[in-house]
Design a protein around this ligand. Structure first.
Ligand SMILES: *[C@@H]1O[C@H](CO)[C@@H](O)[C@H](O)[C@H]1NC(C)=O
Ligand SMILES: *[C@@H]1O[C@H](CO)[C@@H](O)[C@H](O)[C@H]1NC(C)=O
Ligand SMILES: *[C@@H]1O[C@H](CO)[C@@H](O)[C@H](O)[C@H]1NC(C)=O
Ligand SMILES: *[C@@H]1O[C@H](CO)[C@@H](O)[C@H](O)[C@H]1NC(C)=O
Length: 320
């Protein structure tokens, strides 16, 4: 009797495994290809180098590339000074774009020109249901404030090289960005200095509160202060997959040359959960390159990063 019962249990269990295998083999690939792009490719915008040399006129810090790669995306560099047609073709080939931090002008640079073109293409695409996410970090966030408001709206703050805890707003818990974060990490983000700030310019909370364009476009998820000015440190757009952080999620895991970059286990998790969030956004986009060859030629794998950690704030840089 006991043996029989065990046989029945085993049989049922085996049936379940067989059924599960059938579901995985038949249904899951179909499901995922219909709802999700598991081969996302994200553009990272280049910018002018401060003192150009032959073959080194633009750059991307490698930490932005590693940031996205760590969460399952491949990266394509978005070069500056391309034609509008070239940018449109690239826009229709990639699944999202990241505007990195840096030091160029947000009102007149090759970086600004490309950022504006992709921002406008993203707004247009999202309006017709073509989900295209945009991320701005530090300068990239400042660039977004300019693109959304059409004005320079930044204030000086004493925030060059300080790690800070986030002052979360009451909007955070309903945000898309932080929804998937473990509660423990949210607690650490709110109480430990896990977010590295390297900027002299900030969107003052007062400016945000009095600027209609910014206020209706972005939901503020966190703020910070330098002791004098309270500024906006994390945003997500209400109606678009557009995100910005004044701080640097990519540095914690990948940059080591500055003593104020946090590397605690929670700091590294912060890098990863932010990357995972944005890469998941890109998995909702289905743009693709016209050919495999075109895709191969565009990928950042065609370029070699240079070790610069002995002389710069970046361990490795891609020069173009
Ligand atoms: C610049 O790049 C070109 C093509 O890759 C190469 O032939 C040339 O030697 C490089 N020049 C310098 C100064 O590195
Ligand atoms: C981009 O174009 C500007 C203006 O024509 C030029 O000064 C600059 O050197 C170019 N930069 C790159 C990286 O092509
Ligand atoms: C700027 O902030 C640092 C701490 O991050 C502080 O030591 C310094 O005194 C501040 N400078 C000014 C001018 O407030
Ligand atoms: C959050 O706080 C702001 C200002 O304090 C308030 O206007 C808003 O209604 C609050 N939102 C929620 C979801 O509680």
């Amino acid at each position: 009797m006991a043996t029989l019962r065990r046989a029945t249990v085993c049989f049922t269990f085996r049936n379940m495994i067989v059924m599960f295998l059938c579901v995985s083999l038949v249904c899951l690939p179909f499901y995922s290809s219909a709802k999700r792009n598991d081969r996302p490719i994200i553009g990272v915008l280049a910018q002018e180098v401060y003192s150009p040399k032959p073959n080194q006129t633009a750059y991307i810090a490698a930490s932005y590339v590693k940031f996205l790669e760590s969460a399952g995306a491949r990266v394509v560099p978005v070069m500056i000074n391309q034609t509008l047609e070239e940018y449109k073709t690239l826009f229709n080939s990639i699944n999202g774009i990241l505007y990195p931090g840096g030091g160029v002008s947000i009102i007149s640079s090759g970086y600004e020109r490309a950022a504006k073109i992709f921002y406008e293409l993203a707004i247009e695409a999202n309006n017709r249901g073509d989900y295209f996410p945009v991320w701005g970090t530090c300068l990239g966030f400042e660039q977004l404030t300019y693109l959304t408001s059409g004005k320079t709206v930044l204030s000086y703050t004493n925030t060059s090289g300080v790690p800070l805890p986030l002052d979360f707003t009451n909007e955070t818990k309903d945000s898309r960005m932080f929804k998937g974060f473990p509660p423990e990490l949210m607690k650490d983000l709110a109480s430990e200095p896990l977010t590295e700030n390297s900027h002299k310019w900030s969107l003052a909370l007062l400016t945000y509160n009095t600027n209609e364009e910014l206020k209706k476009f972005y939901k503020v998820l966190s703020t910070n202060t330098d002791g004098k000015t309270e500024f906006v440190s994390t945003v997500e757009a209400y109606d678009y997959p557009i995100y910005g952080t004044q701080w640097h999620p990519e540095k914690n895991a990948f940059e080591w040359t500055r003593p104020y970059i946090p590397h605690t286990p929670s700091a590294i998790k912060t890098t990863f959960y932010m990357a995972e969030f944005f890469v998941n956004e890109a998995r909702k986009n289905f743009h693709s390159f016209e050919s495999e060859e075109g895709e191969r030629k565009a990928l950042i794998y065609n370029y070699n990063p240079v070790y610069t950690g002995h002389q710069s704030g970046f361990e490795q840089i891609y020069f173009f």
